[in-house]
Design a protein around this ligand. Structure first.
Ligand code: GLC
Length: 733
């Protein structure tokens, strides 16, 4: 529809119609049998709310979408179509690795392709908007939603956020197979105090701008159509009612002109936060902060009409919000075709199609991080290997945000073993979780409740297998529902019952390979000490089993690099690579000096730092060389290293360029990732790799609140992970 006609439509709408466009309600309430009882009554929703709502959340198939949309348009006074929105985070029917794993692949373009595939499948089911990418920077492994982030680095997160937006939206969201993207959760939801979900966020404006905001901005610059507000307060003001954050930063500074939607009932939660007196006050503060859509609290339809009629909220504020919502529907082409490309034939064509499954397998394999390997991997098909662990027989490897995934399409490790190994004996050894685990909200899949006697039998069976084998592969990890929303853990570790299995096996057979499933970094010091090899596979998605076995058997070499640091001890958390130096850094040359910034009972550094990951070959890197010692604005410097594959097989290294601003008006991190390069070399091959350094890579939020670089000395590191020590120095003039 031409925008002039859209403007006429807006002018022709009643205030009540406009306000209800700003309301999103669960699609389940439109089902045939949903009467005005239960959830509707509880939420105070009326028939009129359903008759005029602007969008729905939660509809997951084309047939249901057609039924709702057809009926809705017929009865709407202006025939305005509904927007259908859903969380399509890491896949739809075909599920890709969790975003934390995709971040570890250091391949944004691979992630773009995964998002593209997810959009093809989801739009076939009639979905128009996905609540992704989640661009929250994360540093605290206790927080369950780190699984949904691409990690602890602002630069890397920005690349992935852009890639997902481009993958979902393409060049035109109105095209078939495209979804409008919604960057979330604005802002800094990933920094809750004590790693407890929904908790307070206290950040200096400097830290907020330097670390937490950049990735959201990259997603907006990539053209994201929506942004979602976060549940948390920032420095005392809830994001969903935060005028500074939404009108000053998001709209004015970032230039975001799309739709701003609240998180689930987040407007109503302004009351519980202690920020609003009552629902009317919440409506007032949310709309003045600029929130366009109220997700599921019902507060907008209940109070906005009266607030406008009483002159407390200017009509133009509602008009601007409704304009953005109508414009989004128009960009999606919904006025011409309210069903877009929803169809059961489309679903059949794209769901779990071979192309998507192969992509899922590639993405899974590229996400794996080899943390340790003392010559035991890769395995050989004829090796006398046994396969043990609670992840041997489960399909629960697609992550907590994959409710649209088809678990029946997920092969278990045991099912695919015969395709890769001669010896396929093995056993579960123990359940994923202790029977007394609080299953609040956990899926039933974890409920392998055995009595003590049965558990002992399982352990002894595993010990017998371990005695009989040359090599034991143990498939361990936290339950997939122990990460994700409302899944914070004070102890991010492998469940104790599995550690008992691990200890009993490691006492019998030291040739131990551990394949680790997790939605977050875990404290794995004991596993790392006792096992000969440790492969982190995250929650790898639909094709995880085959990707794991192809990696274990050497058909693929692992190349992932940690997107988030693994702590040496939980007591270090939050632990991250891009920290400040402090005035008493824990330097090698000062190790005798007690009065340094360090612990008495643990090292400062992570067990495995950001950017760390091994492969099946080894690489040698020369010291970094610069082609000059000064950098003038507008010019560039070249930083060069020679990389050599000194091992006996081909491999891919992810060379990382870090920069340190040695002194500035605000202290700068000891390292900041500024570029990286994937380099594949055959055994014995070597290659010079050159990075360009430009002044714009040196910019930061200066003490005077402006963004820019400052003259002075800089250190340049090029290495295999953020622990790299070798550097060269240049001066910015
Ligand atoms: C949830 C999440 C958000 C999600 C929304 C809709 O509470 O915080 O990420 O998009 O509700 O499901």
């Amino acid at each position: 529809m031409k925008e002039e006609k859209l403007k006429e439509l807006l002018e022709d709408m009643t205030l009540k119609e406009k306000v209800n466009q700003m309301f999103q309600v669960s699609g389940s309430l439109y089902s045939e049998d949903s009467v005005l009882t239960g959830p509707m009554k509880e939420n105070g929703f009326t028939e009129e709310n359903l008759a005029l709502a602007g969008s729905v959340i939660g509809v997951q198939d084309a047939a249901a979408m057609w039924k709702i949309q057809e009926k809705y348009i017929k009865q709407h006074p202006h025939g305005i179509p509904l927007l259908f929105m859903l969380d399509v985070i890491n896949g739809y029917r075909t599920v890709f690795p969790i975003p934390l794993g995709q971040g570890a692949a250091f391949r944004p373009d691979l992630t773009r392709r995964c998002a593209e595939a997810a959009a093809r499948e989801a739009s076939a089911s009639g979905i128009h908007v996905t609540f992704a990418p989640m661009a929250d920077l994360v540093r605290d492994a206790r927080w369950g939603r780190v699984m949904e982030s691409t990690g602890e680095d602002p630069y890397l997160n920005g690349l992935f956020c852009q890639a997902m937006v481009r993958g979902f939206q393409g060049e035109d969201v109105g095209e078939r197979g495209r979804l409008a993207a919604c960057v979330k959760h604005f802002a800094a939801y990933g920094a809750p105090v004590a790693g407890r979900d929904y908790n307070t966020v206290e950040l200096s404006e400097h830290t907020l701008r330097e670390f937490y905001l950049p990735a959201y901005r990259k997603g907006i610059e990539a053209g994201a159509e929506l942004v979602m507000t976060s549940f948390n307060t920032i420095n005392g003001i809830p994001a969903t009612g935060n005028k500074f954050l939404m009108r000053q930063v998001l709209r004015k500074e970032f230039g975001f002109d799309g739709v701003l939607i609240s998180d689930w009932t987040a407007i109503e939660e302004l009351i519980a936060h202690g920020y609003c007196e009552d629902r009317k006050d919440a409506a007032y503060k949310a709309v003045r902060a600029g929130v366009d859509i109220d997700m599921m609290s019902g507060i907008y339809p209940e109070f906005l009409v009266r607030l406008v009629e009483d002159g407390e909220v200017p009509l133009e504020m509602v008009d601007h919000a409704v304009w953005r919502i109508l414009r989004l529907k128009n960009r999606l082409g919904l006025f011409e075709n309210p069903f877009k490309d929803a169809g059961q034939a489309e679903e059949k064509k794209f769901f779990l199609c071979p192309e998507h499954r192969l992509l899922a397998r590639e993405a899974a394999a590229k996400s794996f991080v080899l943390l340790k390997n003392e010559g035991v991997l890769p395995l050989h098909p004829e090796d006398k290997t046994v396969w043990i662990g609670p992840y041997l027989d489960t399909r629960e490897m697609i992550g907590s945000w994959s409710f649209t995934g088809d678990k029946s399409a997920v092969s278990t490790i045991r099912e695919v073993l015969p395709e890769y190994a001669v010896h396929t004996e093995g056993c579960q050894g123990c359940p994923i979780l202790e029977p007394e685990t609080d299953f609040r909200g956990l899926s039933d899949a974890g409920k392998h409740l055995f009595c003590q006697k049965e558990q002992e039998q399982l352990m002894q069976e595993a010990e017998r297998y371990a005695r009989s084998a040359e090599t034991v592969v143990l498939f361990l990890g936290e339950h997939s529902m122990q990460s994700g929303e409302a899944s914070s853990r004070t102890q991010p570790v492998v469940p104790e019952i599995q550690m008992e299995l691990f200890r009993r096996i490691s006492r019998i057979n030291s040739n131990l390979v551990v394949v680790l499933f997790s939605g977050r970094p875990l404290e794995v010091r004991e596993i790392s000490r006792k096992a000969k090899a440790v492969l982190e596979v995250w929650l790898p998605g639909t094709e995880g089993a085959r990707a794991i076995l192809e990696t274990l058997m050497g058909k693929r070499a692992p190349e992932g690099k940690l997107s988030m640091s693994f702590p040496w001890d939980v007591g270090q958390v939050p632990v991250y690579y891009n920290e400040d130096s402090t005035g008493r850094p824990d330097l090698e040359e000062a190790k005798e000096d007690r009065f340094r910034s360090r612990y008495l009972d643990a090292p400062n550094g992570a067990l495995y730092p950001f950017g760390y990951g091994l492969t099946y070959t080894q690489f040698q890197i020369s010291p970094v060389r610069l082609n000059g010692s000064v950098l003038r604005p507008g010019e560039s410097l070249k930083a060069v290293v020679a990389l050599e594959n000194t091992g006996n097989c081909e491999g891919t290294e992810t060379l990382q360029l870090y920069i340190r601003d040695v002194s500035a008006s605000v202290v700068r991190p000891v390292k900041e990732l500024r570029d990286f390069r994937k380099v594949t070399l055959r055994s014995g091959e070597s290659k010079e790799v050159t990075f360009e350094i430009r002044e714009e890579q040196l910019r930061f939020w200066r003490a005077d609140g402006t963004f820019g670089s400052e003259k002075g000395r800089f250190q340049v590191f090029i290495g295999q992970d953020s622990g790299v020590r070798d550097y060269a120095t240049f001066e910015l003039l």
